[in-house]
Ligand binder design. Structure first.
Ligand code: PLP
Length: 362
């Protein structure tokens, strides 16, 4: 499509063209209802089918059994920051957090308003350039859970392993790398992701929760913030974000058509290596923010030798149809967010521009 750009925005982010086209084709008349999927009751059989098949597809893509339940909630990943301690931090226990970036920090701060917390590891001193090594993670006494952020969207680091913390449940914020690579998420008791990076449009948050954890949820929290209530109602406790869930379902079908997580993961690592190679071969012109071994395949963060050059680079990129590359203000420089929907060609063009720009200005 001539007028579509390569969208490197960190979130909301690019959606697969095929998904947008499918949604377009069904927009005015969803499955012969004579209505848009936005106009039908969330209690209709058509919409129930959307929710049920999206739940099943997410479990299927991760190879999870029905020991897990999928929920589609609102309030973004940020509402999970509050719901997790409200439901799973009973008095006398301690919520453990690994703080590896800004969202991890927010999750930690939110839990600290609700109950007792413990900083199991932090990379703040180091500008969040790396992921803690197993020996750096210290779990407190009476740990309720350990929280981790599998991909640090702003800093561009990604966990390549899941810490071993015995019986302590692991809760993972996967907002910026869900469905992007093979990861044994059966090590997690709860995984969640705001949809707007890898799953669909803003407005819905996917939660994958182990039923045995669900059973331990507090029952003295407001119903709207209760995992138990949402689980009992199969995500239809109140009116859900119907259109967002519908698009999410189309995205899951798209991932399945692409061959599932394994093949999407391979594709993503090829995309990332194109851009990282351009950094590494620039002889210091581009300086990556993340430690090499902890580099994210989703968000590539780097600086140029000065802010003027960074502005020039962004302008040249925009001219070539590569948009959304400005880094977050806390890191500066450039951030290329390359979620599942970013095609290889976008990364190829970016790496070509990087090489060319470096040879002219370096
Ligand atoms: C974007 C993001 C969030 C924030 O999500 P909201 O849906 O805006 O609340 C949280 N965690 C991570 C890792 C993110 O990338």
């Amino acid at each position: 499509m001539a007028n579509r750009v390569y969208n490197f925005y960190p979130g909301p982010a690019a959606l697969p063209l095929e998904v947008l086209e499918k949604a377009q084709s069904e927009l005015l008349d969803y499955r012969e209802t004579g209505m848009s999927v936005m106009e039908i009751s969330h209690r209709s059989s058509e919409f129930e089918e959307v929710v049920i098949s999206a739940e099943a597809l997410l479990l299927e893509l991760y190879g999870l059994s029905d020991d897990y339940q999928v929920l589609f909630l609102q309030g973004g990943a940020s509402m999970q920051f509050a719901m997790i301690p409200l439901n799973f931090l009973p008095a006398g226990t301690v919520a453990n957090y690994t703080v590896t970036g800004s969202f991890a920090e927010k999750a930690y701060q939110e839990a600290s308003r609700i109950g007792e917390t413990y900083l199991a590891a932090s990379t703040k001193e180091n500008g969040h350039r790396y992921i803690p090594r197993p020996g750096e993670i210290k779990i407190s006494e009476n740990a309720a859970y350990l929280h981790m952020t599998t991909n640090n969207t702003i800093y561009g680091t990604q966990w390549k392993y899941v810490p071993d913390c015995g019986d302590v449940p692991i809760v993972a914020d996967m907002s910026s790398d869900i469905l992007s690579r093979e990861l044994d998420i059966s090590s997690f008791d709860l995984a969640y992701a705001g949809a707007q990076k890898n799953l669909g449009p803003a407005g819905v948050t996917a939660v994958i929760i182990r039923k045995s954890l669900l059973q331990t949820a507090a029952d003295n929290v407001p119903a709207i913030l209760s995992y138990r209530e949402h689980a009992a109602a199969r995500s239809l406790y109140n009116t859900p974000p119907c259109f967002a869930i519908y698009i999410l379902k189309l995205v899951l079908e798209w991932v399945k058509e692409k061959g599932g997580i394994q093949s999407v993961g391979k594709y993503n690592s090829k995309k990332a290596s194109l851009v990282y190679r351009a950094i590494d071969e620039s002889e210091g012109f581009y300086r990556g923010h993340a430690a090499v071994e902890d580099r994210s395949a989703m968000n590539v963060t780097f600086r140029l030798p000065g802010e003027e050059l960074e502005k020039e680079f962004l302008a040249e990129a925009a001219n070539e149809g590569l948009v959304g590359l400005k880094g977050h203000r806390s890191v500066g420089g450039i951030r290329a967010s390359m979620y599942n929907a970013m095609p290889m060609e976008g990364c190829r063009l970016l790496s070509r521009l990087m090489k060319d720009f470096c040879s002219r200005k370096g």
